[in-house]
Ligand binder design. Structure first.
Ligand code: NAD
Length: 354
């Protein structure tokens, strides 16, 4: 397996280094892979004047999976838009046609108190939001601003999904559910939107190929409410781009800690980009203060979804749980009575546990 590591900016290099140390441990147990490191974001701009250098993109296209840290920083804020770090990320997602975005929301027993929610509501929570990433109102045409016939400005966007786009994301949803608790809840707004009516029809058709997976449907407004009231009813939430954008951030906050959240974006060949949900945290960069666990857990997702090695992924996840259970915390998740440690030590402890 060929893995491309893209450390990026800010805390990116520190947290990716820790994840690569974990990968070294996994390799020592017999998992074969080749790892290449390339610049992206601000680092790409510094090295080649481009946030997604040609060489990085070429390498990405020849890789089976990509592990990314984060991009961006105040240093690059004044650059013209096409040279800004986040353009590197947007372009690589587009070039690789990463249409399926997976965001797990897991509440670790040891971090139960970090959630703003009542413990009984989120204790044991383990859900997955699957968001379609390349269609919907964010990309539909026409869009723009115009002067209407009353002479005032109006803005407009087009919500649109084709049958094939819905079908391919639905398939991913059912396949993921098979690796979990075999439940899919499809979220739409079929009581109001034509796009959602088609969404619901196609998802229902696809479900016939997965009789072992239970399918339910929910309107997005109700889903937002249910996520707060009773989030444990969900296993996989399958939804479009805009609804998923909002619900995934809401679900992330159920867990209460940004430094713990991994994510994956997959294309139809199963090639994926795996990255923590958080940004480059320039305020704590190079100070050995960043929590590397979201990146280490992103590596676990890489092994589960791009290498089909759920066994190795579980090993990493269990090692993380054990280190937390032993009372070690980085600053962002510090709790009374726990020992606060830095980025490097957290990585070392996970490796030692493995
Ligand atoms: P951020 O996620 O970088 O930071 C928000 C807060 O959370 C900060 O206080 C930070 O110190 C803290 N934090 C984030 N990750 C942490 C970790 N692993 N351990 C401990 N604390 C952590 O968001 P921001 O401050 O809005 O953005 C900073 C930069 O990151 C900007 O340039 C932004 O464009 C970029 N960004 C990049 C991505 C990405 O690469 N996918 C995502 C979001 C933001």
């Amino acid at each position: 397996m060929k893995i491309l590591a893209l450390p990026g900016d800010g805390i990116g290099p520190e947290i990716v280094n820790q994840a690569l140390a974990v990968l070294d441990k996994i390799r020592a147990s017999g998992f074969e892979c080749k790892v290449v490191k390339m610049p992206i974001g601000g680092a790409g701009y510094e090295a080649f004047g481009d946030p997604l250098p040609e060489k990085t993109l070429e390498e990405a296209k020849g890789s089976d999976a990509i592990l990314l840290g984060a991009v961006g920083g105040p240093k690059y804020d004044e650059l013209p838009r096409h040279q800004r770090p986040e353009q590197g990320l947007l372009r690589i997602r587009k070039e690789l046609e990463l249409f399926a975005n997976l965001r797990p929301a897991v509440v670790y027993q040891e971090l139960l108190k970090a959630s703003a929610m009542r413990s009984s509501t989120v204790e044991g929570l383990d859900l997955m939001i699957l968001r379609e990433l390349t269609g919907d109102i964010y990309f539909g045409q026409p869009r723009g601003q115009r002067i209407n016939n009353r002479g005032e400005r109006e803005g407009f966007d087009t919500m649109m999904y084709s049958e094939s786009e819905i079908r391919r994301i639905a398939r991913v949803g059912f396949q993921i559910a098979r690796k979990r608790a075999c439940k899919v809840c499809s979220v739409d707004k079929a009581n109001v939107l034509d796009t959602s009516i088609l969404w619901r029809e196609v998802v229902t058709e696809v479900a016939k190929d997965y009789p072992d997976v239970e399918l339910t449907h929910m309107y997005v407004d109700n889903a937002a409410m249910q996520l707060v009231q009773n989030p444990k009813q969900f296993d996989v939430i399958l939804t479009g781009n805009i609804f998923g954008d909002i619900l995934s951030d809401q679900a992330a906050m159920l867990t209460g800690s940004i430094g713990m959240l991994p994510s994956a974006s997959l294309n139809k060949e199963g090639v994926g980009l795996f990255e923590p949900v958080h940004g480059s945290a320039p305020d704590i960069a190079q100070r050995d203060r960043a929590n590397p666990l979201a990146t280490i857990l992103s590596l676990a997702m890489l092994l589960r979804y791009s290498a089909s090695r759920g066994d190795l992924a579980s090993k990493i996840e269990n090692a993380v749980k054990k280190v937390l259970a032993d009372g070690y915390r980085t600053l962002d998740i510090k709790q009374e009575g726990a020992e606060v440690i830095g980025t490097n030590r957290m990585g070392e402890l996970v490796c030692a546990e493995l």
